[in-house]
Design a protein around this ligand. Structure first.
Ligand SMILES: [Zn+2]
Length: 530
């Protein structure tokens, strides 16, 4: 076992056991880089030297393959690991059989693995108020108690989003370790134990693993994250069973020590580390590696994610995303797209107006958000709209009444016709109208009937829509909208995605065409005049 010199010094000093001894030994070692402050930091955080090749294995989302495949595989290799569980399977768009039951989770515990919390509903902490987060955590803690599983001490942030208030909640509830995303290795002397980074599924492969293992040295621990093996409901994070087996083989052959997250306790005094590294806790929340600010406007909660790079010319373009009533909106699905846009100088904003279906109440709240962002944040007077699905009803109805405030519209399977989705019977309630009354006033409330003001302003529109969409059919929504828009002379384009429905897939969420559309049309000074 190779112990870095810097740490050898500290633990030699600890044996001496006095402050004088610490300074004296460090001096005797002749290492000018070791200041007494650094020595005391290490001494208070670390329980002992961290050998090279320490690896923490983590698995998220309580996928059924964790029980059927991963647990037995790890057992075969004698490896430890942490399974971060939630109840995604009880959500309405999910199949329970794709996820572990609590008795199965209990069996993983019986096999010696750690069960950590991933919240009950995969709650993204940046959009979950602290009191709600407490409920989400308490649910998993109570379930563990009911099934004879120890109360979790480890937590994984859904969608990697972290926030200062969430860290406070986790700490108060006794969590010692919490994992987010980011870099592959955890340096206990620099990183707060409730902000542990990891190498995510996408970066792991049997080939790349050796490079990652090489970074597990000098007191740093490699943390690996996997989702389902395979992950049927989330193919974009799925991992092949044969690849995981190959990864385990690499870990074994390279002599790694593979453990659960809770086993970090052997090396790190988490509570002392939290005190020492408190300054690392953000006072604001963070999403897509950018600062996310949240605020109330009337009864509604709104957010703005500030660009990671600012435009040299001082312009402040922004993407207005809708809908925003779910933790997924925007969430991990949008990371690929939004990270690029944030780096290109765009802010991303939205407001949760509940299920408005584009009602006048919802539009009024949208105008409040617009005014707030333009006046308080100095964002561009022309917003780039990104209506996803029912967000089309919300953003197009606002846009029809504010065409001069719209820079461009880039949509993902956007609803254009209220009668197609959700249908007048469902839509009428937030309009405070009967079904018949709403039907009689579609000219004032249905996006496809309200395109003329946008065409007059020549607002560029691009929609992506799948031809297998049964929830929001292509022809009646994007198809009809773009056709009518073009007939009015509006610059509209529709990209039909063959074979795809109302789903999360790269064709929609990693569309370079859509990103390029915002990059080319999103800045006031460069709108195409064709
Ligand atoms: Zn997750």
């Amino acid at each position: 076992m190779k112990i870095p010199k810097r740490i050898r010094v500290v633990f030699a000093s600890l044996l001496v056991g006095s402050t004088a001894g610490l300074a004296g030994t460090a001096g005797a070692a002749g290492d000018a880089n070791v200041s007494p402050a650094a020595v005391s930091l290490e001494a208070s955080i670390l329980r002992g030297p961290i050998p090279d090749k320490q690896v923490v294995l983590t698995f998220d989302d309580a996928c059924i393959s964790h029980f059927t495949f991963v647990g037995p595989l790890l057992k075969k290799y004698g490896f430890g690991g942490t399974f971060f569980v939630c109840e995604m399977g009880s959500q309405k768009d999910q199949k329970p059989e794709d996820y572990m039951s609590w008795p199965q989770i209990r069996q993983l515990h019986d096999m010696g693995f750690e069960i950590g919390s991933h919240t009950r509903n995969h709650a993204v902490v940046t959009v979950t108020p602290p009191n709600k987060l407490v409920e989400e955590l308490a649910y998993i803690e109570n379930k563990c108690a009911e099934f004879g599983i120890p109360r979790p001490v480890s937590f994984a942030y859904p969608c990697y989003s972290t926030s200062g208030p969430a860290i406070t909640v986790l700490r108060e509830r006794g969590y010692l370790w919490a994992r987010t995303g980011g870099s592959p290795v955890y340096d206990p002397l620099k990183v707060h134990p409730l902000l542990i980074p990891c190498a995510s599924t996408a970066r792991n492969s049997p080939q790349s693993l050796k490079n990652l293992i090489a970074q597990a040295k000098d007191g740093k621990v490699l943390v690996l994250l996997f989702h389902g093996v395979p992950d049927v409901p989330h193919p974009w994070v799925s991992f092949e069973p044969s690849d995981l087996e190959a990864c385990m083989q690499v870990l074994k052959e390279t002599g790694c020590h593979v453990m659960a997250m809770r086993d970090l306790d052997r090396f790190v005094d988490s509570k002392k580390a939290m005190v020492q590294l408190q300054s690392k806790v953000p006072t604001t929340t963070c999403q897509y590696g950018a600062e996310r600010r949240e605020f109330s406007l009337g009864e509604n909660r709104a957010f703005v994610i500030l660009p990671t790079k600012h435009k040299a010319d001082g312009t402040k373009p922004w993407i207005w995303f809708a809908p925003s009533f779910s933790v997924k909106n925007p969430g991990e699905d949008h990371a690929w797209m939004f990270t690029q846009l944030l780096e290109s100088g765009f802010a991303i904003a939205g407001i949760n107006v509940g299920e408005s279906y584009g009602s006048p109440d919802g539009r009024a709240a949208y105008s409040q958000l617009y005014d707030h962002l333009v006046q308080k944040y100095g964002l561009s007077r022309k917003a780039c709209l990104l209506p996803q699905s029912r967000g089309g009803l919300m953003l197009y109805n606002w846009a029809a009444e504010n065409p001069e405030k719209v820079q461009c519209i880039g949509g993902i399977y956007t609803v254009g016709d209220l009668t197609s989705f959700p249908g007048l019977r469902t839509a009428c309630a937030p309009y405070h109208l009967s079904e018949a009354e709403l039907g009689a006033h579609l000219a004032e409330h249905n996006p496809i009937e309200r395109l003329a003001p946008l065409a007059k302003e020549r607002v560029p529109i691009l929609h992506l829509h799948g031809d297998r969409d049964t929830l929001v059919p292509l022809e009646k929504n994007s198809g009809e909208l773009v056709k009518r828009y073009q007939a009015m002379g509006g610059p509209g384009e529709l990209i039909v995605i063959p074979g795809k429905g109302h789903q999360v897939c790269d064709e929609f969420f990693k569309s370079q065409r859509l990103v390029d559309f915002f990059l080319s049309q999103g800045f006031p000074e460069v709108r195409s005049t064709k």
